[in-house]
Design a protein around this ligand. Sequence first.
Ligand SMILES: Nc1nc2c(ncn2[C@@H]2O[C@H](COP(=O)(O)OP(=O)(O)OP(=O)(O)O)[C@@H](O)[C@H]2O)c(=O)[nH]1
Ligand SMILES: [Mg+2]
Length: 713
Amino acid sequence: MPRFRQLSQILELMHEKERIRNLGLIAHIDHGKTTLTDSLLAGAGLLSPKMAGTARVLDYLEEEQKRKITIKTANISLFYRSYVINLVDTPGHVDFTGKVTRALRAIDGAVVVVDAVEEIMAQTEVVTRQALEERVRPVLFINKVDRLITELQLNAAQIETKLQHVIGSFNDLVELYGDEGFKEKWKVDPAKGNVAFGSALHGWGFTLSIARQKAVKFSDIVDAYRNMQHEELRAKLPVYEAVFEMAISNLPNPKEAQSYRMEKIWDGHVNSEIGRVISECTDDGPAVMCVTNVQADADGGVVATGRLFSGIVRKGDKLRLVDAQSETTVNHVYVQMGSFREEVAEVSAGNILALAVSGAVKAGETLVDSVHQEAMVPFEGINYVSEPVVTVAVEPKDPKDLPLLLEALDKLAVEDPNLTVNVDKETGEYLLNGMGELHLEIAIKQLGNSLQVSSSTPRVVYRESVTTKGVKAMAKSPNKQNKFVIQVEPLTEDTAEPERQDCAEDAGSVLSVDEYRNVLFDCSGKTEPLDEAVLESIISGFEFACRAGPLCGEPMKHVKANIVDIQLSKKTELQGSMEIMRGVSKAVFGSFLTARPVLLEPVYKTLITVPTELVGECQRIVSSRRGKISGFEHKGLLAVITGYVPVAESFCLSQELRSTASGRAFWQSILDRWERMPEKLAAEVIEKIRKRKGLTAEIPKAERFLDIDTGRC
Ligand SMILES: Nc1nc2c(ncn2[C@@H]2O[C@H](COP(=O)(O)OP(=O)(O)OP(=O)(O)O)[C@@H](O)[C@H]2O)c(=O)[nH]1
Ligand SMILES: [Mg+2]
C-alpha cells in the first residue's frame, strides 16, 4: 500500500466536523467486508484497482491472510472528495464479536454487508443489534450479487425479489432492536439511497440513484455476466462510489451523531456543562476520549485507539484515566493507517485516533484533560454479548520462562478484554479463557511469539448452582470467635436486577453481586452498622466461595446467599479478615451442599448452512453430540439448520462437518445459555475434574462445613 499521501488534507478537514464520517463495516463472517474495504482504499487512491478485491489489504496479519478471515479490527483514515472517512473493518467470526462491540463505540455509522445468497445470518443480527444499541446508524450493502447470477442463475426479476426480501428482513431487525424515535427514520429503502447492491469481488456496485444516472438496470448486469463482460462494470459502476456516496449522504457527521448518541453511551447528564461540550463535539472543550482498543507498545507503554468526543489532543498532554483513577501523558499522537500509524501534531474532536501513552489504559476507559477531571463522568461500560466458556491450561516449555509467560498473558488480557486469565486454585495451572476454540488458538499462537509454551487441549468451563433452598448453615471462623448463619437458594430468573430480589422475609439489602451473578443478601440487618473492613471481609468470603464451588472447584452461578445471622467477637483483634472470610465461605459451602447442587454446562446455538441433500447427515452429527435440532429453513438451494450443542461436544465439530460436507457446510456457534447437565453425566464430569485438580474423589459432605451451635462463640 502506498504511504499516506493526503495526510495534510485529512488533518485540515478533521476540524470541519461536517466533513467527517466515522464508519464501520460490520457483517456475518465471510460476507465480504475486507474485500469491500479494498475497493474503498482503491477509491481513495491507496490501492491499485486491479488488486482491490483480492489483496484484502486490511487483513494484514499473517494469520489473517493464511486463514482467510479477519481476526482483529483495522482502522484507516481516508480522504475522499473533500471528506475524511475514518473507516473500521471488523471481524465477522463470533469468537471476535467483542472487538466489533468495542469498535462500535468509536463510529457513528455502519455499512452492514450482507451476502445476497446467504441473506441475513445469525451474526448479521448480532452486530446490527449491537450497532442499534450504541445508536450507530446502519445502511445496507447487499454484496455478492454476482453469485445470484452465476450460481443461482436468477433472472433480473428474481434478483429484485431476492434483494427486496433481504431489505425486508433487515428492516425487521431495525424495527426489533432500534430505539423509539429513531427506528422509523433508520429503516432502509433503495429510494432513499441508503441501500447499495453489488459485488465487492468484481468491484462494482450502485445505489438506485446511481443506476438512474447511469441508466443501468439489473438486466444489464445479468447480461454483462452472461456475455463475460462483467469486468467492465468495475469502471462503469465503481463500488467505492456507491458506498462512499451512500455513507456521506445518509450517515451522520460526528457533531450530529454526538447530539443524540451521548445520552445513550455516556453515564453523565447531557445538560451538564461537560455534557453539553461533548454533545456538541467542539474543539474548544476539554479533550474527552473513549478508548476502544489497546495494544502493547515496544517501549512498555500502550497505544490506545479510540474516539475523541471533544477537544484536541497533542503530544505532551496530561490526561486523567477516569476508571483507573490515575494519570497518563500523551507521548505520541497518531492517525491510524491500517498496519501502520502516521504521527501527527494533534487530532481534534469527532475523529478516531491513536495515542501512545504510559500507564494501565484498558479498552472502555474514559480519558479526560487532567484540568477537567473533577467534572468528568465515565462512558457507559461496554456490554459484551458473550462470555469466555472455553479454557486451556498453558505453561512455559522451560519452567524458567514462567515470568515471561505471566508478562505475555498480562499483555494478552489487556489487548483483548474478552480473554481472561486465572490460576486454578487447586492445580496452580495458568488458565486462559476465551470465547471459543479459534479465539484461544490465535491467542496461544501470539503467546508463542514471546516464548515457547505448551497448552492443554481446550476444556469447557462449567458452573455450579443450586436448585432448592439449602439449610440455614452455621459456620464459625477458624478461631471459633465469629459465627455466621447463611442460607443459599437459587436466584430466580429475574436476574437482570438482583437489587430487586427480596429476602424470604421481604427485607434486607444486596451487599454484593459478583461477576457470575451470584448475590450476597443481608436479611439480618446486622451488616449495616459494621465496620467497613469487616463488611469487606464478609463480601470477600462470599466471593471466594463463589469463585470455586464445593462440587469440583468451578465457579458458582445464579446463587443467592442470604445472611441470616452474624455474631462477631466483641474483641476487634479476633475479627481478622482471614477469620471472617473463611467463616463466611464455610457457611456458604455448607448451605450450598444441602440445596441440591447441580453442574451447569454452556450450550451453543449452532446454525449450519448446507446444500439440502446434506441436511440428514448434518442432523445426525448434531444429534450424536447430545445436540438438539430446533429449526429448519430453506434459503434458495441451501438449508439452514438451527441446533443447540453443548460446548463440551462442539470441539472438532468443525472437522467432522468439513469432512462430511466436503467444504460445502458453513456454521456458526454462539453461546446461548447455561444448562443443567444430566445427573449421570454430571457425576462423571465432576469426578474427572476433581481428579485433574487433585481433589479427593468424593464430593465433601455439607457437615464438613457446618458447626454445631453450642450457644456461644
Ligand atoms: N462471489 C463473490 N465472492 C466474494 C464477494 N465479496 C467477497 N467474496 C469472497 O468471500 C470471501 C470472504 O471475503 P472477505 O472479504 O474476507 O469477508 P469478510 O466479511 O471480511 O470476512 P471476515 O472478516 O472473516 O468476517 C472471500 O473468498 C472473497 O473473495 C463478492 O462480491 N462475490
Ligand atoms: Mg474481513
